[in-house]
Every structure is written in C-alpha cells, then in structure tokens.
Design a protein around this ligand. Structure first.
Ligand code: NAP
Length: 217
C-alpha cells in the first residue's frame, strides 16, 4: 500500500488526514511536536515521529529517521495562526507556515516515489487577489510567502517526476477555524484527498481549493 507523511497530525485537519489514509489501508507516517501526547493518533496505528516544523534541525532529524523510506504523498499541514502583528509571533508564523514546509519539501524530495505528490496546506487568506477584507496581516503574509516559495519549487522541479500543489482546506471546524467554521474536517479532507489523487503532472504548481477549484493568487 502507498505511504503518506503528514505533519501536524495530532489534531485538526492533520489528524483527519491520518484517520482517512489509515482507514484506506495506507501506511501513515504522522508527525507531531509531542508524540507522547498524541493519544488519538496512537489509536490509529500510524507511525508517529517527532517534528517541530519551525526548527530546521528537527526537519533534518526527521529525514534521518526516515532514511530511505519512500513516500507517495507528503502533506505539509502543520501551521499556526499568529494573532496580532507582534514580531515574535509573526516570525514564528513565517518559520512554521513558510520556511518549515519549504525546507521539509526540499529535504524529503529524495524520498518521494515516482509520481509522488508534495502538498502544502496553505490558505485562501494567502491570496492577494482575494483579499477584500484586510486584517490578519501576519497570517496572510506567511501563507502568501508559502505560496510564492512553493510556486518556485514547482518550477524548479519541472524536470522531476513529482507533482506539487498548494491546497486551501476551506474554512474548517478545528481549533484554528473555530466551531462556527463552514465545513467539518471530514468534508475538507475527503475533498483534498480526491483532489490530491487526481493531480496530474501538468497541474503541478497549482493553488487549489479543497474541491479542486483553481484559486486566484
Ligand atoms: N481551519 C481552517 O479553517 C483553516 C483554513 C485555512 C488553512 N488552514 C491551514 O490548515 C492547516 C491545519 O490547520 P488546523 O485547522 O488543523 O489547525 P489546528 O487545529 O490549530 O492544528 C494545527 C496543527 O499544526 C501543528 N503545529 C503548529 N505549530 C507547529 C510546529 N511548529 N511544528 C509542528 N506542528 C505544529 C499543531 O501541533 P500542536 O498540537 O503541537 O500545536 C497542530 O497539530 C494549517 O496549515 C492552517 O493554516 C486551516
């Protein structure tokens, strides 16, 4: 069966990805900052490895423990929503939402199977064209930076047999999205898994909604 690696898989959207891929019989490598406390993940039978997405040394340690394991899907899902615009929170936002996922993709590139899918969970709030309401300066800027970085990666990797995409999960009922969000994690992840499964080489570098609709940059 194929293998998926999912970051930030101890709760929210990442946990739902782990739940759905394990239910389909995939091998799931799920990362969490604190594996010992990831009780729901443990019940799924996923391989749980530690990862602090904001720490480059932690990314290197993950790569070392993966060694030559092959990944069919890699989902850089871990993310934070910085509140306000204080410098420290904003910097942590860049480290977690942009620098970490990009270093992770570059570091694990050699682990990807032929035709493997490398996915960033971004946000429509990173779209400059879609920004009609302002606010959320720190979060928006970290996701816009993620989109810019991954768009470049997709161009740099055009000669490789790897498909890369940035997915907006929708407004989802998680700790981050809040209870009043529009859709539940099951709906979001079901849609994203279908979108990932259908991604073709010529769509690499796309910025897509969870239901595969193109989003404006
Ligand atoms: N929910 C929405 O409406 C929505 C909308 C658009 C985009 N997104 C994106 O979807 C992704 C998942 O969000 P969510 O709604 O599931 O949020 P969530 O419920 O707040 O979960 C966030 C996950 O990211 C992990 N995380 C945070 N900082 C980390 C770090 N430095 N290293 C490793 N893991 C870290 C958390 O781990 P801990 O438990 O250790 O904190 C947790 O597993 C994020 O990238 C988010 O920006 C969400």
């Amino acid at each position: 069966m194929p293998t998926a690696l999912i970051t930030g898989a101890n709760r929210g959207i990442g946990l739902e990805f782990a739940r759905q891929y394990t239910a389909d019989g995939w091998t799931v490598i799920a990362t969490a900052r604190h594996p010992e406390a990831a009780d729901e993940l443990k019940q799924l039978g996923a391989d749980i490895l530690p990862l602090d997405a904001a720490d480059p040394a932690s990314i290197d340690a993950l790569a070392a423990s993966l060694s030559s394991r092959t990944l069919d899907v890699m989902i850089a899902n871990a993310g934070v929503l910085p509140r306000g615009v204080d410098a420290q929170g904003w910097l942590n936002g860049f480290a977690t939402n942009c620098i970490g996922p990009t270093l992770l993709a570059k570091t694990l590139k050699g682990n990807m199977a032929a035709g493997g899918k490398v996915i960033a969970i971004t946000s429509k709030m990173g779209s400059i064209a879609d920004n009609g309401s302002g606010g959320a300066i720190a979060y928006r800027s970290t996701k816009a930076a993620l989109n810019a970085a991954w768009r470049s990666l997709s161009i740099d990797w055009q000669g490789d047999d790897i498909v890369l995409a940035m997915l907006h999960p929708g407004w989802v009922q998680t700790d981050m999205g809040g209870p009043g969000a529009a859709i539940d994690p099951k709906t979001s992840v079901t849609g994203m898994r279908e979108t990932i499964a259908a991604l073709a080489r010529d769509r690499s570098g796309s910025f897509l909604n969870y239901d595969a609709q193109d989003l404006p940059w």
